[in-house]
Write a protein that binds this ligand. Structure first.
Ligand code: NAP
Length: 346
């Protein structure tokens, strides 16, 4: 076996000298290096911002979406959406482990979920076996490579695989809520009715306690009703988060001019940065988990309105994030039931 670099730079084809995530093209041949893990892929969970972009570009047509995904992977050697730059993650079975891979616990034949982005994971797709425009979980026959530095989770035996896949895709979000939100805080969750939004709401309600507030801004009336019925917020607003002033007015009608201590952005569409910034108090914090976030819109937009807020980028990884997120569905029967209906129905 050939010697591989810890971070996978040996797979970068262009431009030379970059790491695999920003690279334009990776070597996706499946002869493994001595520090890699080879995976037989079962299902991709394409990142929601990427999937929404693909669905919109293909007019919601499943055959065109399949074509587009296959084209991206053929061109780039990884599933990195050229428009959003984002990826997703996958589940599959360990096929082989390089002799120099440091993890001696993992066994060939175990089912794992990768916890690093598809935007840096060498991937080959032989064929797509199931794609539904309404679900970002795409079944494939193919193989992928995990580098030495690539983290993963062995799929837990007590949860359906598709449920674990859905949860682990967004595990960084509720884990950051656990770090950022304190007792008594006022928290705004934008896109609170989606997958990561619901997990963040649950975690935020737990953190703020009786004296705090969790305000959800959700696009669809149905999503808003669900959040309300599940008791995942103290206040729910139906609004379009791209309409910053409208959201600001509706949220400040609840909080007063003071605004929110922490705002979490979980949407999957562009141009919601300013709604997030305007509703946050001076010195407060905005956590942009959304992959549709624009750094320049957020940074220059905050400056433009003279708002001294802490802007946090949504690092998908936080220590302990997988365990914390899987625990949420063990604690909450209603969230488990909702996600099983959304992700596990055949
Ligand atoms: P999701 O389940 O599709 O949820 C997206 C939510 O945003 C939905 O509730 C949707 O509402 C809402 N939304 C869409 N447009 C809106 C608007 N104009 N105003 C208000 N709400 C709006 O997505 P997810 O899987 O939770 O992912 C959320 C975001 O996190 C995505 O951008 C995804 O790419 C990103 N992500 C980031 C990381 C990371 O490492 N940072 C990892 C995974 C995913 P409706 O359904 O009612 O339209």
């Amino acid at each position: 076996m050939k010697n591989g670099n810890k971070y996978g730079t040996h797979r970068v084809m262009e431009p030379a000298g970059t790491l695999p995530q920003p690279a334009l093209r990776l070597d996706n041949t499946m002869d493994i290096y001595d520090n890699e893990i080879l995976i037989d892929v079962q299902t991709l969970n394409i990142d929601s911002a990427s999937y929404a972009q693909i669905r919109s570009a293909c007019g919601g047509d499943a055959a065109r979406m399949e074509e587009m995904i296959l084209r991206v992977v053929a061109e780039r050697g990884k599933m990195q959406n050229p428009v959003t730059g984002s990826g997703g993650m996958l589940i599959g079975t360990v096929r082989a482990i390089g002799t120099r891979h440091p993890d001696k616990q993992l066994k060939v034949g175990e089912k794992i979920a990768t916890l690093v982005s598809l935007s840096l994971t060498p991937l080959r797709i032989d064929r797509i076996t199931r794609l539904r425009p309404e679900s970002d979980q795409v079944d494939v026959v193919g193989q992928a490579i995990l580098f030495e530095s690539g983290i993963y989770a062995v799929l837990p035996p007590d949860l359906p695989e598709r449920l674990s896949l859905a949860l682990l895709d967004v595990a960084g979000a509720p884990a950051q809520v656990a770090r950022l939100v304190k007792r008594g805080d006022t928290v705004c969750i934008i896109g609170g009715g989606g997958k990561s939004g619901i997990l963040c709401c649950y975690q935020a309600m737990k953190q703020v306690g009786e004296s705090g507030r969790v305000i959800v801004v959700e696009h669809s009336a149905e999503g808003a009703r669900r959040v309300e019925e599940m008791g995942l917020a103290t206040h729910v607003i139906v609004a379009d988060a791209t309409r910053a002033l409208e959201v600001y007015e509706r949220v400040t009608a609840i909080t007063g001019e003071q605004g929110c201590d922490v705002t979490i952005n979980n949407v999957n569409v562009p141009s919601t940065e300013m709604a997030s910034i305007l509703v946050t108090r001076e010195g407060g914090c905005v956590y942009f988990f959304s992959m549709a976030t624009s750094f320049s819109k957020a940074a220059l937009g905050a400056e433009g309105v003279g708002k001294d807020v802490n802007l946090l980028m949504g690092n998908g990884y936080a220590a302990g994030h997988a365990a914390l997120t899987l625990e949420i569905v063990r604690e909450s029967a209603s969230i488990r039931d909702l996600f099983e209906r959304q992700y596990c129905a055949s």
